[in-house]
Design a protein around this ligand. Structure first.
Ligand SMILES: [Zn+2]
Length: 199
């Protein structure tokens, strides 16, 4: 694939890039690609991983951002959005390590960033770990929202990322927060029942 940064040919180049990414996405969904995952680095005991899909994900964010920001702005935004996804996971990682929960790896694949960790038996710890990822994106939103066009675009996407990960559907942070909150409330109600003196 040839892809040079010629502004006059931008719509044509973007179309080609989006076609290539769409072809990859369909082949990936159909299970026609050999998958590989590499360990890029280690942070203490935690592996930093990436799959081939990470590159495709970054290029997709860059291509979508180029429509709004032009070639170079879009490329920078694509990199910053991928960094934002990783900062979300680093939020989970930092909180998990503070609370003594083991984290095996964080990484990036076609579906986005992920963290592989143990579950805590404490619902409050689970709630705090789940909430710390969206909180990291919310902080990035407030930090970037008054910057230049690229920063404002990345800030807006961080807000979308924080909000979407808080939706209590599927295996999301919102779902973990909701179920940890329910467990906490049940525990509190049971404790109150046990401690109520007989009349
Ligand atoms: Zn998360």
């Amino acid at each position: 694939m040839q892809f040079s940064f010629d502004r006059s040919r931008q719509p044509h180049q973007l179309k080609r890039l989006l076609i290539v990414l769409g072809t990859y996405g369909r082949a990936s969904a159909a299970g026609q690609l050999r998958r590989f995952r590499v360990t890029i680095s280690r942070i203490g005991e935690v592996e930093l991983q990436a799959t081939e899909g990470a590159l495709v994900l970054g290029l997709t964010f860059a291509a979508v951002s180029m429509i709004r920001l032009g070639n170079w702005g879009g490329l920078v935004a694509g990199i910053l959005i991928v960094a934002s996804l990783m900062i979300h996971e680093i939020g989970h990682l930092a909180m998990a390590q503070c609370l003594g929960v083991r984290v095996k790896a964080i990484g990036l694949c076609l579906k986005g960033a992920y963290v592989r960790r143990s579950s805590s038996p404490e619902p409050l710890s689970e709630l705090l770990i789940a909430a710390s990822g969206p909180a990291a994106n919310a902080l990035l939103f407030f930090w970037l929202r008054d910057g230049n066009a690229v920063a404002r675009w990345v800030a807006m996407l961080n807000l979308v990322l924080a909000a979407s990960s808080l939706l209590p559907v599927g295996p999301s942070d919102g779902q973990r927060i909701a179920s940890s909150w329910r467990t906490l409330r049940r525990g509190r109600i049971n404790t109150n029942r046990i401690s109520t003196p007989p009349l």
